[in-house]
Design a protein around this ligand. Sequence first.
Ligand SMILES: Cc1cc2nc3c(=O)[nH]c(=O)nc-3n(C[C@H](O)[C@H](O)[C@H](O)COP(=O)(O)O)c2cc1C
Length: 216
Amino acid sequence: MHDLVLAVTGASGSRYAVRLLNVLLDAGHRVHLTISPAAVQVMRCEVGIEIDLSNFQPEAFLGSDASRESTAASPKGAPQESPIDNIVYHHFQDFRAGIASGSFLTGGMVICPCSMGTLACIANGMSSNLIQRAADVHLKERRKLIVVPRETPLGSVQLDNMKRLADTGAVVLPAMPGFYHSPTSIDDLVDFVVGRICDQLGVDHQLHRRWGTPSE
Ligand SMILES: Cc1cc2nc3c(=O)[nH]c(=O)nc-3n(C[C@H](O)[C@H](O)[C@H](O)COP(=O)(O)O)c2cc1C
């Protein structure tokens, strides 16, 4: 089991975060979860769930993915229960959390979705909350940091910030689903992006057909 960090910020794309958390838990990982206040607003708007950052209820977060079958390395059609106990929630202002320190070992961090604001703070070394601090830590410790930005169109400041992050070793993985796997639903599009994140984390999955493999 790896300790992985999942930070959810206020860009559009809450569904990616909910799905990713379920997939990482299904794959047997412990997930350190932290959520920005802006992400709460976006989740309310996009998936209709109410998150209380001071009294976090994991069931509410995971529940919005309840209609989906379990995933990861499990064979299709063999749903598993999500091991909620493997969620370690950290308030976004709790700088005492383990993930705020380089001495706390993790297998990597994902910011999904990543707002332009959070991206800018990390790219410029200005950490004012736990999400940005944990990202700083992953960069300085040369651990995997995956940012999943969502914005369109992109201005030069945002592009500069992305380049800056890529130059420091972060993986910039925009929420840009492909269409070459013949998606037929929004779930398929979400799974494509979540699958690419899992590839970066080294998490086994069967979320989408890979190019070069036979279709069913
Ligand atoms: C419904 C909604 C959708 C948003 N979508 C985006 C988006 O796609 N990308 C983005 O960078 N900001 C988006 N924002 C704005 C961010 O939430 C805002 O810049 C916020 O300050 C980000 O804070 P955070 O990085 O701490 O989460 C959205 C806000 C709302 C309410």
